[in-house]
Design a binder for this molecule. Structure first.
Ligand SMILES: N[C@H](CCC[C@H](N)C(=O)O)C(=O)O
Length: 334
């Protein structure tokens, strides 16, 4: 029997598959098929999820594991911040370590166990990098600029300004009012810029952020390859860096920023060290279910509940208690 985990970071939910535990690891096409099968909100497992996190052997010296990220639509992303926290916890418990490096598509990232957010809500801190601003890292065209940093872009939304950041997956960020964040615009821009459009040929994660006060944000994200999610770790991290760059009176480097999202809350810290920007993302790593299933069903990409032995961990209740004590403005817009 093979094992899967159902997990979440700020209720951005995933399945984790550890390829090193399989008799026969899945091929790339099988991983994409499994991601689409498991995450489907109608025919998937446990109501579906936002993606599949694949743990494998490290690809670089010094790392103890590799994380690959498959979105719900089967596309592969270079990075996932909420996901990396859950993979860090999985590897920490598998290997009995609390701080180590995990390989992602572009680099090895430092991860470490952090102090619990609340009783029963385990937390991890992960490095988000590399950070790049130029359009070679984040392919966009026909916007009249090589990079956007608080730049008006009437082609996208008259009256708003935008920032582009790759961490290293692509993010488009706009600081907006609460009315705009709760309005229909994000739900219109998301499908447009992730469909046939003259601007973002590879799609883009779009983050609307409301500044709640010094070192305090609310971020709502429409994710490439998924759609609206409860939170996007790389999105909240990129938005925090943009906050520090564009609003230095309200957001300091090297100081924690509290980022609320529809699924809960994380802390971020934007850094500039050795001439490089990077961000620390600290938040929950919740395991909600342990799943046992015949390995050949994973290869077939279809796992129905009646084919699997599913055990709830009981951690979701602890997480919900944590969310319920957050301030009222933790909007549940989605
Ligand atoms: N949809 C993203 C990948 C998942 C990122 C998100 N779930 C996070 O926590 O960073 C992309 O295609 O770039």
């Amino acid at each position: 029997m093979a094992q899967l985990l159902k997990v979440h970071g700020s209720q951005n939910s995933f399945f984790i598959l550890d390829q090193t535990k399989l008799a026969q690891p899945l091929a790339d096409g099988e991983l994409r098929q499994l991601a689409q099968g498991l995450t489907d909100s109608h025919n998937g497992l446990l109501g579906g999820a936002d993606g599949l996190l694949v743990v494998d052997r490290p690809t670089r010296p010094g790392a103890v594991a590799q994380m690959r990220v498959i979105n719900a639509d089967g596309s592969e992303a270079s990075m996932c911040g909420n996901g990396l926290r859950t993979v860090a916890r999985y590897v920490a418990e598998r290997d009995g370590q609390t701080t180590f490096k995990v390989d992602t598509m572009d680099s090895s990232l430092q991860v470490r166990q952090a102090t619990e957010l609340a009783p029963g809500v385990l937390a991890f801190a992960v490095e988000i990098s590399p950070v790049r601003f130029d359009k070679t890292a984040l392919p966009f065209d026909n916007l009249g600029h090589d990079r956007l940093l608080g730049t008006p872009v009437p082609e996208l939304a008259p009256g708003l300004t935008f920032t582009t950041l790759a961490v290293p997956n692509p993010h488009l960020i706009s600081f907006v009012s609460q009315q705009t964040i709760e309005g229909p615009l994000l739900g219109e821009l998301g499908p447009y810029l992730n469909g046939d459009n003259p601007y973002f040929s590879d799609g883009v994660n779009i983050n609307f952020a409301q500044i709640l006060g010094p070192q305090k944000l609310f971020v709502r994200t429409y994710e490439r390859g998924v759609g609206f999610t409860n939170a996007c770790g790389t999105g909240m991290s990129a938005t925090s860096l943009a906050f520090a760059l564009l609003h230095p009176a309200s957001a300091a480097f090297d100081e924690p920023i509290t980022v609320y999202n529809p699924g809960g809350m994380v802390k971020t810290i934007a850094h500039f060290t050795h001439q490089h920007y990077w961000i620390e993302l600290i938040g929950n790593a919740t395991f909600t279910h342990r799943i046992q299933v015949a390995e050949e069903l994973l290869h077939q990409g279809k796992v129905a509940a009646h084919d699997a032995k599913i055990t709830a961990t009981g951690e979701q209740e602890a997480y919900q208690n944590f969310v319920h004590q957050l301030p009222h403005f933790n909007l549940s817009v989605n």
